[in-house]
Design a protein. Structure first.
Lengths: 221, 253
């Protein structure tokens, strides 16, 4: 028991150190560029550009940290937020890995599997983007251009990913699944361009409340 | 040489990428060692790595497509850096657009002024950095609170497991309902194709899961999701090539 706490404590310590280091690395990019070209932005212009971006994305960041941390485990959370693309890649990847390995998200096994899965995914993403940029940058725009044969495959990555992931979950938990999907569809009928980040928040709350209600009514065990 | 794709930018990109890879390797090694200590089979962890790598390929190519889409205005290196750290498909485009908009321009035009470019780089960085500020403060607290709740509920009939599954389902439900009835900012609107791809992915997964169970193909299990995903993407290509445009381009949003 003591050992378990030690590992989690260590993860939090490493995570904090890596997050601060990541902030430094992140800011070194515009800073070194600005110093090198003597081109620091004017504060007024920067603030104007930031006004919309911060209002939307800093709020989203708070919601994302609170929502995803319990699902990804400690190590998975620190890694995911550094390498980004959480909803469309890291989270589904970790969810799938934990489901297939038959481990619970909030167990120590879940923590280990989630971290390994997200680390593997981060390395793969970084390598694919780097190789793509360095080797295929001249060719890729043609491959992914309007009218190319394989363009539709990449236009529909998101439904393909969540359809496949959804099938495993819905088969196991179909009673819980009906309500959040129905609510999501109804909201999209009236507000079709709602940001998926906002929708995620709504459907998670609906899904949890629905599951809680069904559990209390003994519809699910 | 263009400042957007000069040696300095490439050096910065390599620095960032090496940092991300080292961090990932660090956490993977720690988790792997811990996994061994608590008795998770090596084979299970190996399969996790393989299935996660396969799972990542298609979404990573989509991210690469965003890098290329932003490259015409910002050069290839800044979008590459931004989408390798914290970056997000939907976020980076919007952040870049807001910054370019301040100069009365759009992402359709190449940025040629070094100061404008610097402003965009700062905007994208400051906009996306907030989770890294929050994590050292909040992650431990949230994690502890979750564990407390879960340990309490596991004693009362595994309610924790149900709520965990419900939260996962909530996320999946958001994307599925968007494919059925929404108009995403980063893809085609809901219609014949989005629903066909969605259903194909579901059918492939159910069929492959059934096959794994019936024939006891445990080795195939980690690959079910990547295969189903690629299969559904293949359906998108097949339908676009074989069905009339009136059907494949049909959207109800």
């Amino acid at each position: 028991m003591k050992k378990e706490r030690t590992y989690t404590e260590k993860i939090h310590l490493w995570g904090a150190v890596w997050s601060v280091a990541a902030l430094l690395v992140l800011f070194s990019v515009p800073f070194i560029f600005s110093v090198h070209y003597n081109a620091f932005p004017e504060i007024k212009t920067l603030l104007k550009a930031l006004s919309t971006v911060i209002a939307v994305y800093w709020t989203t960041a708070i919601i994302e940290v609170v929502t995803y941390t319990p699902m990804l485990g400690a190590g998975g959370t620190y890694l995911s937020f550094l390498s980004g693309n959480i909803t469309n890649l890291k989270l589904p990847c970790a969810m799938n890995a934990m489901e297939r390995a038959n481990v619970r998200a909030n167990s120590e096994e879940g923590e280990v599997i989630s971290t390994i899965s997200i680390a593997a995914s981060s390395i793969t993403t970084t390598v694919i983007i780097a190789v793509g940029v360095l080797l295929f940058a001249p060719v890729l725009p043609k491959i992914l251009a309007e009218g190319s044969v394989i363009k539709p495959a990449f236009e529909y990555v998101v439904p393909a990913l969540f359809g496949a992931l959804g099938a495993s979950y819905f088969a196991k938990h179909w009673k819980i699944s009906i309500l959040p999907i129905a609510v999501g569809i109804i909201i999209y009928i009236f507000s079709p361009s709602m940001a998926v980040g906002t929708m995620i928040f709504i459907t998670i709350v609906v899904s949890i409340l629905g599951a809680l209600g069904m559990y209390k009514a003994k519809i699910i065990k | 040489m263009d400042f957007k794709t000069g040696t300095l930018m490439y050096c910065l990109a390599f620095g960032v990428i090496i940092f991300v890879i080292i961090q990932s390797v660090f956490f993977m090694v720690k988790a792997w060692k811990r996994g061994k200590e608590i008795g998770i089979e090596k084979e299970k962890m190996k399969q996790t790595v393989i299935s996660s790598v396969l799972f990542t390929i298609a979404p990573a190519v989509s991210i690469l497509a965003t890098v290329l889409a932003l490259a015409s205005a910002l050069g290839i290196v800044l979008p590459w850096i931004r989408l390798s750290v914290i970056g997000n498909l939907a976020y980076e485009t919007v952040a870049a657009e807001s910054a370019v908009g301040v100069f009365g321009s759009s992402l359709a035009n190449e940025i040629k002024d070094v100061k404008q470019f610097s402003t965009i780089a700062w905007t994208m960085t400051i906009g996306s950095c907030f989770p890294l500020v929050l994590l050292p403060i909040l992650c431990k607290k949230i994690h502890k609170a979750t564990q407390k709740m879960t340990s309490k509920s596991s004693s009362s009939n595994a309610l924790g497991d149900i709520l965990g599954a419900a939260a996962f389902i909530g996320i999946i439900a958001a994307f599925i309902s968007r494919a059925v009835a929404g108009t995403p900012s980063d893809g085609p609107s809901a219609g014949f194709m989005s629903v066909s791809v969605l259903l194909s992915a579901m059918i492939f997964t159910i069929a492959l899961d059934y096959l794994c169970r019936k024939k006891n193909l445990t080795k195939l299990e980690p690959f079910v999701l990547p295969i189903a995903m690629f299969g559904a993407m293949g359906i998108a290509v097949l339908f676009t090539q074989t069905l009339p445009a009136g059907i494949t381009e049909f959207t109800w949003r």
